[in-house]
Design a protein around this ligand. Sequence first.
Ligand code: CUA
Length: 342
Amino acid sequence: MQWPLHGRSRRATPDLGVLAAALSPALVLVACSGQQSALQPAGPGARDAAILWWAMFAGGVVIFALVLALLLYAVLRTPERRRPISIDHMVVGGGIALPVVALSILLAFGLRMGSSTYADLPPDGLSLRIDGRQWWWKVQYLGEDSRLAFTTANEVYLPVGAPVELLLGSNDVIHSLWVPRLAGKQDLIPGRVNRLVVEAEEPGVFRAQCAEFCGLAHTKMALYFIAVSPDEFQEWAERQRAPAALPRTEAETRGAAAFASNGCALCHAVRGHGAWGEVGPDLTHIGSRRTIGAALVANTAENVATWIARNHEMKPGNQMPSYTHLDADTRRAIAIYLESLK
Ligand code: CUA
């Protein structure tokens, strides 16, 4: 069902209001669980943020109860039975002392909690560079030895139980990385590198989302953090470091040729296949990823073939041209080729 932005008739507005009010407790409860819930922390940074949130919530409840009690006192007591309260005391106590004390406690608490976000990294710790692009994520695993370093996109694997340093940058506009179950938000600002340390304490798939409006496809700029055992991580990293597999079947070979002859390599890199473009996501091992289009749809040959021609319907504003001039067979062959790049 489409929700109208503007009610066509005057009667529609109150009906929607009533419906929204009736649904809101359910919506709030739904928002408290799931793979993108800040209230289901799976790492120290997110846990500190959740503790801070609950502390603020508790403080808010106490202050709300206090205000309600004062309101009831004012409304229910008849004027003759009310004890006179000095205006000065109300202003100094409730308007100055209470906020100063409450906000100071909160500031000290918040600063202590925030330190986990900037935790130190062990000498052999894993370091990644993540760049926000309109509208996808470039992910580079850094290593002192250049053979250890590789580039991928829209998916971050990390070993369970180890702090991982994320160096965050951007080369267009300000984005913000938020993996609610692992850490707090951190902005990606052009001309600057921000640092965030995340750690997953349990294996799992954690959805992350760009949390700063960055243009037309901002809401469709997501990625997945996937926490696996250290051994599985090493295996994954070995595969990612390796150049792309050579095409084996007839369809894969035809797809590779179409990929090369239609200029795909001007924007995308496929290491080992002579494609070095850096405008769009690195596709060297795209077949191993869960999604395409920055966590937009499942990574299947069918979706890739559709994306090649109709990506502007799937993700309006994205910078890849729509290859509508390619026939269905060619698009399908390119998709089969890309899916073979595991
Ligand atoms: Cu990138 Cu919003």
